[in-house]
Design a binder for this molecule. Structure first.
Ligand code: SAM
Length: 337
């Protein structure tokens, strides 16, 4: 109980520094976010990065609101083990977060973790530096009016022709994502909390509008929902239980439904039990995920273009000459449009 109370008290303290973010920044929350990452990736059919983004030529990646850096670490593993790129330029992975509390204790070579508030412009050394900027699950962090500034700041990190990939939960999913009365009740408390803090219930709408106000092209959206993967049922129940346990007592206090965090923490176990009973009776919630991708306008450097992209920039009848490495052997080829 003491541990639980100190956790919720830490969250409430953050209010005093005028931060809306409703979650703790302790080891328990890091573990919850890491487990949530695994489920979110599975929900997205196993894609760490939207499949519409070409992997060829990706050398520098920024993950904003990186938290424990788990997405960045997993994507770096995927990229560096799968790339067939023959260039020798080094990979660079940067995680940004407003707080350093949950950063990895040691950054591996090629990684940097940097404290920065994404609602303010990034320092000059990071501008136009990245091939991909990834951001995920910041709907409980960015108030409605901040989306345009955040989109502008994130796009400024990209090289011309680079991609932004932004993923959020879809609270306004057309699916019944909380299919029992107790889950519906918790979802409604969470939504009330978001509204009271001026956070959007439809983050994808805000994000799309904010991206479209900038020089971007090739906007693609993908919807995912775990209902389509019945083998994720138990994991989805565990995820929602952990998420509501982290959020609801704090929301009760912030909404004035409980006067003190002690009262909210004392009330929580009986509500948590009702949720567990619903799961034992076979209720399966869903994790609804939506991702949006956009490409920053402008041409990439020639050596970063894939064969397909090179083909697109050639004038009719133009020639393309290249050396393609295949293991130890180099093949020269040329072709004409
Ligand atoms: C729900 S966590 C998401 C973590 C991670 N992106 C993921 O998907 O696992 C939100 C993170 O945003 C961070 N954050 C809050 N406000 C921020 C800001 N203005 N700029 C950068 N990061 C912020 C919080 O510290 C927290 O680590």
């Amino acid at each position: 109980m003491t541990q639980v109370l100190s956790r919720y008290n830490n969250i409430l303290k953050m209010e005093k520094i005028e931060e809306v973010y409703p979650l703790a920044r302790d080891d328990m929350e890091s573990r919850r976010l890491n487990a949530q990452h695994l489920l979110t990736v599975k929900a997205c059919d196993g894609h760490l990065l939207d499949p519409s983004i070409p992997r060829h030529g990706i050398r520098s990646v920024a993950d904003v609101a990186t938290d424990t850096g788990i997405w960045l670490t997993d994507f770096a593993n995927e990229l560096t083990t799968s790339t067939s790129d023959s260039t020798n330029s080094p990979f660079e992975f940067t995680g940004f977060n407003i707080s350093t509390a949950q950063f990895p204790k040691e950054a591996k070579p090629g990684f940097a973790f940097v404290a920065h508030d994404m609602t303010t412009p990034f320092p000059a050394q990071y501008l136009a530096r990245y091939d991909v900027v990834h951001v995920r699950l910041v709907f409980s962090v960015i108030v409605k009016e901040q989306y345009p500034a955040v989109a502008e700041n994130l796009l400024a990190l990209l090289k011309p022709g680079g991609y932004i990939a932004w993923t959020e939960y879809q609270l306004d999913s057309i699916h019944d994502i909380c299919p029992s009365s107790i889950l519906t009740q918790f979802k409604s408390i969470f939504c009330k909390f978001l509204e009271s803090a001026n956070l959007s219930l439809k983050p994808m709408k805000e994000i799309r509008a904010a991206l479209e106000a900038n020089k971007v092209e090739n906007i693609v959206e993908h919807d995912y929902v775990t209902f389509r993967q019945p083998d994720l049922a138990v994991e989805t129940q565990a995820w929602l239980k952990a998420a509501f346990s982290a959020l609801i007592p704090t929301a009760w206090v912030r909404l004035g439904e409980e006067k003190t965090i002690e009262a909210a923490a004392a009330k929580w176990p009986s509500y948590e039990r009702k949720m567990e009973e619903a799961f034992e009776e076979g209720v399966v919630p869903a994790c609804p995920v939506k991702s949006i991708v956009a490409r920053k306008e402008g041409l990439k450097a020639l050596e970063e273009l894939s064969a397909e992209e090179m083909w697109q920039v050639l004038a009719d009848g133009g020639w393309c000459c290249a050396v393609k490495r295949d293991g130890e052997l180099g093949h020269r080829w040329r072709a004409r449009t």
